[in-house]
Design a protein around this ligand. Structure first.
Ligand code: C5P
Length: 224
């Protein structure tokens, strides 16, 4: 661990997509690369934090200097987050699947000639909302993301209140922005009584700016 303003602080970061199995060889996934979550974990570790990095199957490797907990499904991610608490802060950068397949088949689904199989879905736990609304062991700072394609500020502001987190980092993931899977991000930081929009910059820079903000919000290194 390095010396820095987050020394002695334990921070949980979720990142990447989740995979929700259909049968032993197929799954439902999303386009998250894990790039922004990975950059955030690296930036927090660089400021001295003890980072617990809980990641779905991402397309970028995890950063050095963090404890990595690989998971596959949303439910596994929820369990790993619970097990990682208590923590000073929790940053939810994962693109968690909202639904899983209700009944996974233990055998590969086959073409039967009788038309397509109908998949039924069950809702996954909202990991961010669960942690933000905890009565015990709620981290002092809970940060969520809101990837939106329209009315970004309005939707993300409502999302912050609904989920009960302290900050939401909102971004526009419309295909024409090239943000999802790309190297840059343009975000708006939304807090309880206001917001600020940051110019478009590298995801690494967004991560460093956010890590500095988190250090400021936690009020410097832990006293011991
Ligand atoms: O509701 P929505 O998926 O847009 O919320 C996005 C935020 O909530 C992200 O911070 C994401 O990591 C988190 N989330 C979660 N568990 C879910 C769904 C979203 O932690 N099941």
């Amino acid at each position: 661990l390095v010396d820095g303003p987050l020394k002695g602080r334990r921070i949980v970061v979720t990142s990447g997509p989740t995979h929700e199995p259909i049968d032993p060889v197929r799954y439902i996934a999303n386009r998250s690369s894990g790039a922004q979550g990975t950059a955030i974990a690296a930036a927090l570790a660089a400021l001295g934090a003890e980072v617990v990095f809980i990641t779905g199957p991402a397309s970028v490797p995890p950063p050095r200097g963090v404890t990595v907990h690989p998971v596959e499904t949303a439910r596994e991610m929820a369990e790993a987050v619970d097990a990682a608490l208590p923590a000073d802060a929790a940053i939810f950068a994962a693109a968690v699947a909202d639904w899983r397949v209700a009944r996974q088949s233990s055998r590969k689904l086959k073409k039967t000639g009788g038309g397509m199989p109908a998949l039924e879905f069950a809702e996954n736990p909202d990991i961010l909302a669960g942690v933000a609304q905890r009565k015990t062991a709620r981290p002092a700072l809970v940060v969520g993301f809101a990837a939106e394609t329209d009315d970004v500020l309005e939707h993300a502001t409502a999302k912050r209140a609904r989920k009960g987190c302290d900050w939401i980092i909102a971004n526009d993931v419309s295909p024409e922005t090239g943000i999802m899977g790309g190297a840059e991000n343009a975000v708006t930081l939304i807090y309880k009584d206001g917001h600020e929009s940051w110019p478009r910059m590298a995801k690494d820079m967004v991560a460093r700016k956010l890590a500095a903000r988190i250090a400021e919000a936690l009020g410097g290194p832990a006293a011991d």
